[in-house]
Ligand binder design. Structure first.
Ligand SMILES: Cc1ncc(COP(=O)(O)O)c(C=O)c1O
Length: 412
């Protein structure tokens, strides 16, 4: 059908720009938070779906199953035990709201706390999804630099003092403390204690986004900030996207009832997908603890392949730290490389990368940085994709001048 009706005059002011149609994944895709297709526990999920549907399928006749609006009760029970065991958190099923991916958690927290013109504190390098939401809401962001142990507390203290002097109380301090996106840092327990102290000193709550916390190579994580808090001022969110599969769209919020009750009032979708919640609860209770070490071993091997490929193709031109977990490598290229331009040129050659400025409050600082997701491409795609990226980068910016002992300039 050829559409002749014009909706344009009907659209209200302030809508986000329209999205472009999806044209498929790039041949070498290092973008997004996608996971390793070979690590999705397909057989276990099939068994789980059969078992849970046979046993409880009839409950699908009721919105919210028989569990009420906060989500499938066995999944919240699994989370209660898991968060206690892994993150030291003391919470009960009633403190948890299951949501449609932690993106919905970001929306609900933001909608319940933020108004246009508000200020929030975030990490200078941060998740693009969080940054874009704040920009769209007209919220001012103060970016705090990171070091090898996450958000720098001296810089946070200075920012809080500066804002107070200007009569501004930020609405929250947003942090990804456990395998930070994109830098991969893990904030140690002592720094988490400092962060809590500052948050309490200035009366600013902490918004803890912990969606990568299961993906640590040695499995050792510090307690969640939520676990160390004694005042109920931490909102904690997590997700099954990184540990099981992102397309399931299941995340969760742990927060005091004062905030959960507000978020529930804003969550007008009559509940997140029930089948996904049922399957996850059925699968995770017996299998989560053995699934995760297998997943992280596979991810670590892919990271090794990526770092080797970068060393081989870019030599010293590509600088990066060896992250302790996660699915991303945050890479610094020489200053003359503009990764927004590199992104366009690489895409034309079949390689998709995330340009640094989209993941940072300071666009100039991140101008020659990029984020590479190593979870979803195969080992071979990683090697080939990095080689193509190096060719394109050499052609466009003259670096790497040499790679894999081959003079690159002028080859393509
Ligand atoms: C830090 C962070 N928070 C939240 C999300 C959203 O994840 P999901 O909605 O799949 O749970 C992501 C996804 O990549 C992320 O990196």
């Amino acid at each position: 059908m050829t559409a002749t009706f014009d909706f344009a005059p009907l659209l209200p002011a302030g809508l986000p720009a329209p999205v472009a149609r999806w044209t498929g994944l790039a041949r070498y895709s290092f973008i997004g938070g996608n996971n390793d297709p070979d690590q999705v526990p397909v057989e276990g999920l099939i068994e789980a779906v059969n078992a849970v549907l046979k046993r409880e399928g009839r409950t699908l006749a009721t919105y919210g199953l028989a569990s009420g609006p906060q989500g499938y009760r066995p999944l919240r029970d699994f989370l209660t035990a898991k968060l206690k065991r892994d993150a030291g958190m003391d919470c009960v099923a009633d403190d948890i709201l299951i949501v449609s991916g932690s993106l919905q958690a970001l929306d609900l927290v933001n909608q319940s706390l933020l108004a246009r013109g508000d200020t929030v504190i975030i990490e200078r390098e941060t998740y693009q999804g969080s940054l874009n939401r704040l920009t769209r809401l007209g919220v001012n962001t103060v970016g705090i630099p990171l070091d090898h142990e996450g958000m720098r507390m001296d810089a946070l203290a200075a920012a809080l003092a500066d804002l107070r002097q200007r009569g501004i109380t930020p609405k929250y301090i947003y942090t990804i403390p456990t395998v930070q996106n994109p830098t991969g840092t893990i904030m140690p327990e002592s720094r988490r204690a400092e962060l809590l102290k500052l948050s309490q000193q200035y009366g600013v709550p902490i918004f803890e986004d912990d969606c990568y916390a299961d993906l640590i190579w040695d499995g050792q994580r510090p307690p969640a900030i939520h676990a160390m808090d004694r005042t109920g001022s931490v909102i904690h969110i997590g997700s099954f996207s990184k540990s099981i599969a992102p397309a399931l769209r299941v995340g969760f919020i742990v927060a005091p009832w004062q905030m959960l009750s507000r978020m529930l009032a804003l969550k007008t979708d009559a509940g997140s997908g029930a089948l996904e919640q049922m399957v996850l609860a059925e699968y995770c209770a017996p299998h989560f603890s053995s699934h995760v070490p297998k997943l992280t071993r596979g991810l670590r091997a892919k990271l090794d392949t990526l770092m080797e490929a970068l060393n081989e193709q870019f030599g010293t031109a590509a600088e990066f730290d060896d992250p302790r977990g996660g699915i991303f490598l945050w890479v610094k290229l020489p200053d003359q490389v503009d990764t927004l331009k590199l992104y366009q040129a690489a895409l034309a050659a079949g390689v998709a990368i995330n340009p640094g400025p989209e993941w940072c409050t300071d666009k100039a600082y991140a101008g020659s940085r990029l984020r590479l997701c190593f979870a979803s491409p195969s080992h071979q795609q990683i090697r080939e994709g990095v080689a193509v990226l190096a060719e394109v980068c050499c052609r466009e910016f003259g670096v790497p001048a040499r790679s894999a002992n081959v003079e690159k300039r002028g080859r393509i």
